[in-house]
Write a protein that binds this ligand. Structure first.
Ligand code: PMP
Length: 362
């Protein structure tokens, strides 16, 4: 049997074994075409079916209303940091940014190239340990939009309730928690995410965008960077990342087969709880980075109180087959990313390893 790692990578990250096996089985001859999906023309009927099915599955799973478009773009979530202000900010116009981590900072910085981003709230002074309280968010009424990061991959915090921005479009970077739980899509004018954490391999960026926002976009921008270019062409204006879209469709199908978002959400809660329990029951041997109310179910960030022991912990965890537990290079410590495709057993194994390590070392 194949040995699968205990994969806690932050992204690209674990994919469901069943999906990998299906892709393997279909690799040489996809549905009688005599070729792999990678070798199909993106204009062929066979690929078009893959493409449209992936969009339909996403719409159904996330209950995306009719007045939204689903786009598959390239350039990662990082290109969205630029495309958003390029399309929706006019020179001199303001946009409100809620700063909850390094990715929010990057998004803010890009907006400054096209208009005037203003901070609606920030938890930077608190070393991004928390999501700001809704009552502390001050949205400039003249904002073209409000931008937030729903899950902070590096610091391990996650929004539990989103602000109501009224008539001002709310745009969310959901790169690290998209489709990990139910979300009311209609609360947002736009949601975007790189696929490489919860949805598939890297190379595809999912954009869910309300049609009225699309129609308000600036026109004096490069063709490929205009959302309407892609919406008018069903994301087939140029060659899309065909294999990534196929994999994304298969991951969505796998999610349906698991029982849909409710089951996925419950499982994610159970998975994170195993690891947070190991932290909370350790009498301070381990401690979390995020405040309890802001804890992420996707990225669990923690430290071993003793620095030498932390090095030993990471080394022994690696030895024991756990992959990806080193914290982001900018913050250090430990981080376990438990995205949708990370099995419950993997999280249980880490939790048990943490308890055992504590017993052996305190
Ligand atoms: N936003 C968030 C929340 C992320 O976690 C990441 C990647 N880790 C990005 C944006 C950047 O994504 P990409 O690498 O797809 O550009």
């Amino acid at each position: 049997t194949t040995k699968r790692a205990y994969n806690f990578n932050a992204g690209p990250s674990a994919l469901p074994l069943e999906v990998l096996q299906k892709a393997q089985a279909e690799l040489i001859d996809f549905k009688g075409t005599g070729m792999s999906v990678m070798e199909l023309s993106h204009r062929s009927a066979a690929f078009e079916e893959v493409h449209n099915e992936a969009i339909a599955r996403l719409r159904k799973l996330y209950e995306i209303p009719e007045n939204y478009e689903v786009l598959f773009l390239q350039g990662g979530a990082s290109l969205q940091f630029s495309m958003i202000p390029m399309n929706f900010l006019k020179e001199g116009q303001k946009a409100s940014y809620i700063q909850t981590g390094a990715w929010s900072e990057k998004a803010f910085k890009e907006a400054a190239l096209f208009g005037t981003p203003v901070l609606a709230a920030s938890s930077k002074e608190n070393n991004y340990k928390n999501i700001p309280a809704l009552s502390d968010i001050q949205i400039d009424k003249d904002s073209a939009y409000v931008h937030l990061t729903s899950n902070n991959t590096i610091f391990g915090t996650q929004w539990k309730t989103f602000p109501n921005t009224g008539d001002i479009p709310l745009i969310a970077d959901m790169s690290s928690d998209i489709l990990s739980k139910k979300v009311d899509v209609s609360n947002f004018a736009m949601i975007y995410a790189g696929a490489q954490k919860n949805l598939g391999p890297s190379g595809v960026t999912v954009v869910i965008i309300r049609k009225d926002l699309l129609e308000s976009a600036n026109s004096n921008i490069p063709t490929m960077l205009k959302y309407t270019t892609h919406s008018k062409n069903n994301s087939l204006y140029n060659t899309p990342p065909t294999f990534g879209i196929y994999m994304l469709g298969e991951v969505l199908k796998w999610m349906e087969e698991q029982g849909g978002l409710e089951v996925i959400e419950q499982r994610n809660e159970e998975k994170a709880k195993y690891i947070y329990d190991a932290i909370d029951n350790s009498n301070g041997f381990y401690f979390g980075h995020a405040t309890k109310e802001s804890r992420s179910l996707m990225n669990i960030t923690f430290r071993v109180a003793d620095e030498e022991l932390e090095k030993k912990f990471l080394a022994e965890a690696k030895e024991a087959g756990f992959v990806g537990l080193n914290g982001h290079r900018s913050v250090g410590g430990c981080r376990a990313s438990a995205y949708n495709a990370v099995p419950v057993e993997t999280c249980l194994a880490l939790s048990e390893f943490m308890v055992k390590f504590q017993e052996d070392n305190q």
